[in-house]
Write a protein of this length. Structure first.
Length: 370
């Protein structure tokens, strides 16, 4: 019999629910974003996030069941993110998930949010009848995480085994995007708008060149704080950026934050700066990930998380993968950002292995995958 799992995700600023069959077939996936709520603060405000999760979680779960054409009684298990993330936000999903599991007498599976991002790659590959070969190197890159794992298959129960091989020492890549976008008055979140502006640079000269980031110790560790600071100092030292930054701040205050509205307010110098910043981020992510894959003899490379939706990052990884003879897998853009389908998918092998939770399941904001 197929196993239908209701997944619930509330680790940060998306309230999400989904129904997934046997860890691979998505029957529904509903995401309620909070971007408009947090935008004016330039980042996620934990207290506001928790309150919005409380408001959204019931209608989001109902919509996921409706789209899947199922009732709660037809669900076989409940999966919920238990960490890492914002503790208040996590508790909303965990409390609701535990209540459903108890009321329905269904098994409950606590899921690591990062394992969800790994499973998002397999969900996408399944749509095209593909399965990434293991062992693999997985890069999870988002606003809160930039980390490299070696992923292997547990021979006994079919779950994944993880070994952390690299991580950011300071800012996550997505965090650096947000901070640079805020500095240049380009709105929040920064990743999507900077990606599109970089593509629109059309050969605009870079006003500054950023070299490769050097890290002592583990050569697979990342660092983006210095790059962000280099952009800050460059802008401070060149007063010609000032007027257009003020113009863009005024546009954002009027609610004009679309790419088509901000592009005319960006000089060729700004577009060149944005492109050079993105070149540096993409180069660092791809170089270290591909180096890890070659060192470990990985069969494939997995790239997931919100920044995995970046067009230049995808294109660069695919080019490097072809050159190295290593297949690179991404989720779709919808599955790259936080969603509950990946949580339900991650729960399936855990459920089959008998790894179920009880009423003591609690939030762990610093939960480790390995």
């Amino acid at each position: 019999m197929p196993t239908r799992i209701l997944g619930i995700e509330s680790s940060c600023d998306e309230t999400a629910a989904a129904v997934v069959v046997d860890g691979r077939e998505i029957l529904s996936s509903v995401v309620a974003s909070q971007i408009d709520i947090h935008r004016k603060y330039g980042g996620v405000v934990p207290e506001l996030a928790s309150r919005e999760h409380l408001r959204q979680i019931v209608p989001v779960v109902r919509e996921a069941l409706s789209q899947a054409k199922l009732t709660l009684g037809e669900i076989d298990a409940i999966a919920v993110t238990c960490g890492p993330g914002l503790v208040g936000a996590l508790l909303v999903g965990i409390t609701y998930g535990k209540t459903l599991a108890q009321a329905l007498n269904k098994p409950l599976v606590g899921v690591n949010h990062l394992e969800g991002h790994v499973q998002a790659v397999f969900l996408e590959a399944h749509k095209f009848d593909k399965t990434p070969k293991l062992p693999a190197v997985c890069l999870i890159v988002s606003g809160g995480h930039t980390v490299l794992y070696e992923v292997a298959l547990h021979a006994d129960n079919g779950t994944f085994l993880y070994k952390k091989i690299g991580q950011t020492r300071d800012d996550a890549a997505g965090e650096a995007y947000d901070k640079v976008a805020k500095l240049l008055a380009l709105g929040y979140p920064g990743g999507p708008i900077l990606d599109r502006l970089a593509a629109a640079a059309n050969g605009a000269a870079a006003p500054i060149k950023f070299g490769p980031t050097k890290t002592r110790g583990n050569p697979l560790d990342f660092s983006f704080s210095g790059l962000k600071t280099a952009v800050l100092y460059h802008v401070r030292e060149h007063c010609e950026y000032g007027k257009e930054i003020l113009d863009r701040e005024a546009a954002l205050a009027r609610g004009e934050r679309k790419f088509e509205q901000l592009l005319p307010l960006c000089s060729a110098q700004t577009l060149g700066l944005v492109r050079e910043f993105q070149n540096a981020v993409v180069r660092d992510l791809v170089d270290r990930t591909m180096s890890a894959a070659e060192q470990l003899g990985a069969e494939s490379v997995l790239v997931s998380g919100g920044v995995a939706a970046n067009a230049q990052l995808r294109a660069t990884f695919e080019e490097r993968g072809r050159s190295a003879g290593i297949e690179v897998f991404f989720p779709s853009r919808a599955l790259s950002t936080d969603n509950a389908a990946m949580i339900a998918a991650a729960a399936y092998p855990r459920l089959r292995a008998g790894e179920v939770a009880d009423v003591t399941l609690n939030a762990d904001p610093a939960l480790k995958l390995a």
